[in-house]
Design a protein around this ligand. Structure first.
Ligand code: GLC
Length: 557
């Protein structure tokens, strides 16, 4: 019996669900989602099998970057509720068996944060050195701005301060100076505050930018790894099993360092951007090789650590790690119109519209998500196949209100549509066609399929814990891989092509007579294997999960 072991490093096999409080459910009818609303939907989330919620920023903010521009790290935006509501939410989530991770956005603050207001007002402000200043901007800046449509440089002139300040993101998001020990103390205080309230960890925003300290003249240069080790040690002292999940979009080779030494004493989890991008290339080409290659290129990671796998997140679907031609191929396949593209590197779409709503293909992609190495991270609405609203500006096209029903405002709010935080999706992927209420009633819906596959995922810990190996399928369109853990072998097969395929997969089990048990929809079908080889017919975009068992061994459901 091995399931008991999995509770220890809980993040290795969680189902994470990311949501923005302001677009989830409006509990007080003002047009903006809030904690009161979210609390009412905690049971819905537990029912899907979500085991960890990741809340996007809910702190006081002028919201010029949808809450990633914070003015008070120790509070809840009054539009969303109070600290009291937050604790009720935490308590409710925990009671239903869910952990809660929150965003830690400390690369920068809003320019309206009291620290920045004070810093720019006087060179003698105790907060002046919380930010990074120069009398003249460097002739060759260390980086280009992250949002090239809005900013020309990472340095801007501040008229009040009469100096230039650093900002990797928008100019209204001045970078904090992490080389300043007082800033690092403040970060620890923020983390300590939320841990004390009961959160289970943090999704750290923009990690490479946070660590890329430029400092002020005279600052002692920061050792970024020492900083991450201290932070991880600090959170472990305060709360043993709290985790740091890092947003680190860098090349595969550079990723390993962020996990720390052999024991993994820095970030416990990293989003896997390279595999996500390669997956889209593989889908566009209907050829599994880019995905297989990207998995093979991944570094080995410490036992305690895990990848965070995702299909979509709240930002543009970035394809910045693909070659220029490859990116164009993905654009061509999944977002050919200019309005669907962003910053020349990404798509501002959700998955189902990219796949023209093909239900079989959508399920195949989520089956991949639940079976690739790592912990799957869902973005709200993915479980029902929500689309985007391209009429909503920039990256927020994918952050529209959750579609609960076909009632006005998708059942998200009783406010007048004009008062909604953001308009709902219209047309084919809008609430009349895609909503929770209807999908609950339909056993064949995506929502009910998600629930079933998530249950299977929980029951198959080898998927999160096992060593992964790509298997030859004899067909470039078919991606086959196996996971091995504690004597269990699981084989996963995905046909990325629209046409049916017949494949022979060399599973290479240990000596003995084996059979394979179908883990998904086909009931409890048992298929014989011949000399360690599995012969299969897959429909277009078909997928299968199998457990390999010795004939006569113990049967599990
Ligand atoms: C991260 C977030 C993004 C935000 C940026 C600045 O990349 O994912 O939404 O705009 O950081 O905080």
């Amino acid at each position: 019996m091995t399931a008991g072991r999995t509770a220890d490093l809980w993040w290795k096999n969680a189902i994470v669900y990311c949501l923005d409080v302001e677009t989830f459910l409006d509990g007080d009818g003002d047009g903006c989602g809030d904690l009161r609303g979210l609390i009412e939907r905690v049971d819905y989330l537990a029912g899907i099998g979500v085991s960890c919620l990741w809340l996007m920023p809910f702190f006081p903010s002028p919201s010029r970057d949808d809450g990633y521009d914070i003015t008070d790290f120790y509070n809840v935006d009054p539009l969303l509720g109070s600290l009291g509501d937050f604790v009720v939410f935490l308590r409710t989530a925990r009671n239903r068996g869910m952990r809660v991770v929150i965003d830690l956005v400390v690369n920068h603050t809003s320019d309206r944060h009291p620290w920045f207001r004070s810093a720019r007002a006087s060179r003698h402000s105790p907060f002046r050195d919380f930010y990074v200043w120069r009398d003249r901007p460097p002739e060759e800046p260390s980086a280009a701005p992250v949002f090239p449509d809005a900013e020309k440089s990472i340095w801007s002139w501040d008229r009040k301060a009469r100096q230039w300040y650093l900002h990797h993101f928008y100019a209204h998001q001045p970078d904090l100076n992490i080389e300043n020990p007082s800033v690092r103390d403040e970060i620890a205080k923020i983390v300590g505050f939320w841990l004390e309230l009961g959160v289970d960890g943090f999704r750290i925003d923009a990690v490479p930018f946070l660590l890329e300290a430029e400092g002020n003249p005279g600052d002692v240069p920061l050792d970024p790894h020492a900083f991450l080790k201290h932070l991880q040690a600090f959170i472990s002292r305060r709360r043993g099993d709290a985790v740091l999940l890092g947003e680190v979009n860098v090349a595969p080779k550079a990723l390993r360092g962020y996990f720390g030494d052999t024991e993994g004493d820095e970030l416990k989890m990293l989003f896997n951007f390279p595999v996500m991008q390669a997956m889209y290339l593989a889908l566009a080409r209907q050829d599994a090789r880019p995905l297989a290659r990207s998995l093979e290129r991944l570094p080995e990671i410490p036992e305690d650590c895990q990848w965070g796998i995702f299909v979509r997140n709240h930002d543009e679907l970035t394809l910045d790690q693909l070659g220029d031609d490859e990116r164009l191929e993905v654009f061509e396949a999944f977002g050919p119109e200019e309005d669907m593209q962003l910053y020349g590197r990404g798509l501002r779409r959700r998955l189902p519209p990219m796949l023209d709503g093909d239900p079989q293909r959508v399920r195949m992609v989520y089956s991949l998500l639940f079976s690739l190495p790592g912990t799957p991270i869902l973005f709200y609405g993915e479980e029902i196949g929500m689309g985007e609203n391209l009429a909503v500006e920039g990256r927020t096209s994918v952050r529209t209100p959750m579609q609960w029903s076909d009632e006005p405002n998708a059942g998200f709010s009783v406010a007048k549509p004009s008062r909604l935080r953001r308009p709902v999706v219209e047309g084919r992927f809008g609430p009349m066609a895609i909503n929770v209420a209807e999908q609950r009633r339909d056993p064949q819906s995506l929502l009910n399929w998600m629930e079933r596959i998530i249950r299977r995922r929980h029951e198959t810990p080898a998927l999160g814990w096992g060593a992964s190996r790509v298997l030859a399928s004899g067909d470039h369109s078919v991606f086959a891989h196996r996971k091995d853990w504690e004597g269990t072998t699981v084989v996963l097969v995905h046909n990325l092509a629209s046409e049916p395929r017949s494949v022979r997969i060399d599973v290479d089990p240990p000596p003995g007579h084996h059979e394979v048990v179908d883990l998904l929809d086909q009931g409890h079908a048992v298929i014989a294997m011949d000399a360690g080889r599995l012969e299969l017919k897959l429909e277009g975009y078909g997928f299968r999960w199998f457990r390999v068992e010795e004939v006569g061994g113990r049967t599990t459901p």
